[in-house]
Write a protein that binds this ligand. Structure first.
Ligand code: SF4
Ligand code: SF4
Length: 217
């Protein structure tokens, strides 16, 4: 899940300076779960923009605006409202925003309504936790399923730094040191031997952006 937060209204209004007619796009998956770009948030945004003298010509909430087929279908259904608009304000993550731009045949100004924060898992209580930094070389097999790249602020691959204090992280002493968590987990599973192998430095070529994965040629 991609975590977003809505931009402050003042920032959105600044980006809409000189533009009066706006079409809103939300996201039926992540941004709906984050309460940043679901139907209720779009209706609230419409109300807020109208108070500021803007006209909302229409809105849509594709299930996943980051999927071209879905945003294209929604744009086709809302062509009249889009033709009346000068800008599209997207309340979704950066992927949804760019997908809206890439699939807008009218060449409208496409603006972000949200800031994209991180990829996360969602617990049963509805809280979000960043667990993976998408490094391209997963080491969870040797770290007991705990990600040192994400949970250790230094992304260390071979045990704790010298700053670990009584199991806590030197960067934030409210948090457990990721490597202490890894050690305890491996100890519980009788797999401490996996720590004996020194991990080679990460191949940062694998983290070079932008990534792509071509499935259809
Ligand atoms: S090591 Fe961590 S950051 Fe890398 S892929 Fe695995 S979980 Fe993600
Ligand atoms: S104390 Fe542990 S989690 Fe914190 S930076 Fe050092 S190794 Fe990483």
């Amino acid at each position: 899940m991609i975590i977003t937060e809505q931009k402050p209204l003042t920032e959105i209004l600044e980006s809409l300076k000189g533009l009066t007619k706006v079409f809103l796009v939300g996201c039926g998956e992540c941004a709906t779960t984050c309460k940043t770009g679901g139907q209720p948030e779009l209706l609230k945004m419409k109300e807020q923009l109208e108070v500021q003298g803007k006209t909302v010509t229409g809105m849509c909430v594709p299930n996943a605006p980051c999927i071209a087929a879905q945003i294209k279908t929604e744009f086709a259904k809302n062509l009249k409202a889009l033709r009346e608009a000068e800008a599209i304000l997207v309340l979704a993550c950066g992927l949804g925003i760019q997908s809206a731009k890439d699939n807008d045949r009218l060449g409208l100004v496409v603006l972000p309504g949200c800031n994209t924060m991180f990829g996360a898992v969602l617990d049963a209580q509805g809280n979000f936790y960043e667990k993976c930094s998408m490094c391209g070389e997963c080491v969870l097999d040797i770290t007991g399923g705990i990600c040192p790249i994400t949970l250790c602020p230094k992304g260390l691959l071979n045990g704790p730094c010298g700053g670990m204090n009584k199991g806590k992280c030197e960067v934030d002493n409210e948090k457990d040191c990721a490597w202490v968590l890894i050690y305890k987990e491996l100890e519980k599973r009788k797999r401490l031997s996996s720590l004996k192998k020194i991990q080679a430095p990460k191949d940062f070529k694998k983290a070079t952006k932008p990534h792509k994965l071509i499935m259809v040629k």
